[in-house]
Design a protein around this ligand. Structure first.
Ligand code: RB5
Length: 152
């Protein structure tokens, strides 16, 4: 699977670790920065880059890392077609895909350790959206909200 990944200064170190893990597991990675630690950079810029890679079909999934994962998820969810969430446990990481079609995983380097972060990323990437009627119906309602309130 092709995975777009981005991180601000709060997530630069964990990003390198996650990229190594993804490569080891045979995933394609699109590294959208930051390439070096830049204490003045802003998480919305990386959220934009990852969200656009998904919207343009360059990546099927995205991983965003900031200090907490929160700012990155708030910004990424402003992009139609992006369903981002902070997950620091394996259950949420796979169920978020299976039930909610989450396509961007957000991690907080200041919250989660590298080993759990790799496990969470692995569960996220192995999961597939369930085609159960109730999940399709709920996703349809989420998409209706996008259509009503977001310009595409
Ligand atoms: C940056 O210091 C920090 O605010 C950012 O990485 C992130 O945690 C925001 O949610």
């Amino acid at each position: 699977m092709n995975v777009a990944i981005g991180a601000d200064h709060g997530g630069t170190t964990l990003k390198k670790i996650i990229i190594g893990f993804l490569k080891e597991k045979g995933h394609g990675t699109i590294d959208l920065g930051a390439q070096t630690y830049a204490p003045g950079d802003d998480y919305p810029d990386y959220a934009r880059a990852v969200a656009m890679a998904i919207r343009q079909g360059k990546a099927e999934r995205g991983i965003l890392i900031c200090g907490s994962g929160v700012g990155a998820s708030v910004a990424a969810n402003k992009f139609p077609g992006v369903r981002a969430a902070v997950c620091h446990d394996s259950f949420s990481a796979h169920q978020g895909v299976e039930d909610d079609d989450m396509n961007v995983l957000c991690l907080g380097e200041r919250i989660i350790g590298p080993e759990l972060a790799k496990e969470v990323a692995g569960f996220f990437l192995s999961a597939r959206f369930s085609l159960a009627e109730r999940h399709v119906r709920r996703l349809g309602k989420v998409k209706d909200i996008e259509k009503e309130f977001m310009k595409t």
